[in-house]
Ligand binder design. Sequence first.
Ligand SMILES: C[S@@+](CC[C@H](N)C(=O)[O-])C[C@H]1O[C@@H](n2cnc3c(N)ncnc32)[C@H](O)[C@@H]1O
Length: 277
Amino acid sequence: MTAPYDPTLFSGTAAHYLRGRPPYSRSLSEFLATEAHLPGHRALDVGCGPGTVAVDLAPYAAEVVGLDPDGEMLAEAAAYAGRRGVRNVRWLQGRAEDLPALALGRFALVVFAQSFHWTDRESVAEVVYDLLEPGGVIALVSHMVEGRPRLVGPAGAPPIPHDAIKEVIGRYLGPDRRAGQGTVVLPTERYETLFTRTRFGRPRTVYLDGRADLVQSVEDVLASVHSMSYAAPPLFGDRLEAFDADLRALLTSTSPAGTFWDWPGDTEVLLARKPAL
Ligand SMILES: C[S@@+](CC[C@H](N)C(=O)[O-])C[C@H]1O[C@@H](n2cnc3c(N)ncnc32)[C@H](O)[C@@H]1O
């Protein structure tokens, strides 16, 4: 079992999310739609955050349900869908663990984009199995730098100094990874291993070309830092301004032009399919 849900886990991050976080591969939605034979069927985006994946999937699906326990995220998601003119997404407040009680019907595709690790993973995978239509697909989406081909960014835009940024965060918040009211040690078990214990069996992993053309300003990088649960603005209390000033100083000294290459890596998609009838 995971620890009980802490509703402050992502407090204050939602407003920074769409500006700061790098998007996934351009081909992600089409790839997922094809794998799940989505046209005419429904998709569920669990831990949808500000609608990153759900809104892009909407044109391929009869309906998308975006589920997230964080009301601020859902408000951002609804506004984002509105700006994009997307009308066939339903936003719902709740946790993955609530899915059996929510009685949402069947889906051809259930996506967790950087959210599965926050859930009670093994039992949630089993719940998703029951929600899927025969032949339906669960997809776990994340960025992956490790082991992927190294690319080179544009001249004058150094990579975001992630290690130095983590050091500054550590100076303010301590060495342990903060999460809401406490700290967290994220699970290290590979999803491949976890899935083999479920009815899905062994999943397959696909890499889609990541975005190599992302350039961020100093303020974009600040937004990306404050979109992280471990650097959520409320965690800094009355030292938030001082933290932001230290971060701006670090970033300006790293890139006098004030631009950074944001290489999030390729988009990793772990896929498992429920057998067709
Ligand atoms: C890192 S964000 C990912 C947002 C979005 N899917 C994306 O890829 O950009 C993780 C999201 O998972 C949500 N989350 C945390 N615990 C959850 C749970 N038990 N069930 C469902 N979602 C959860 C958080 O509220 C947050 O919006």
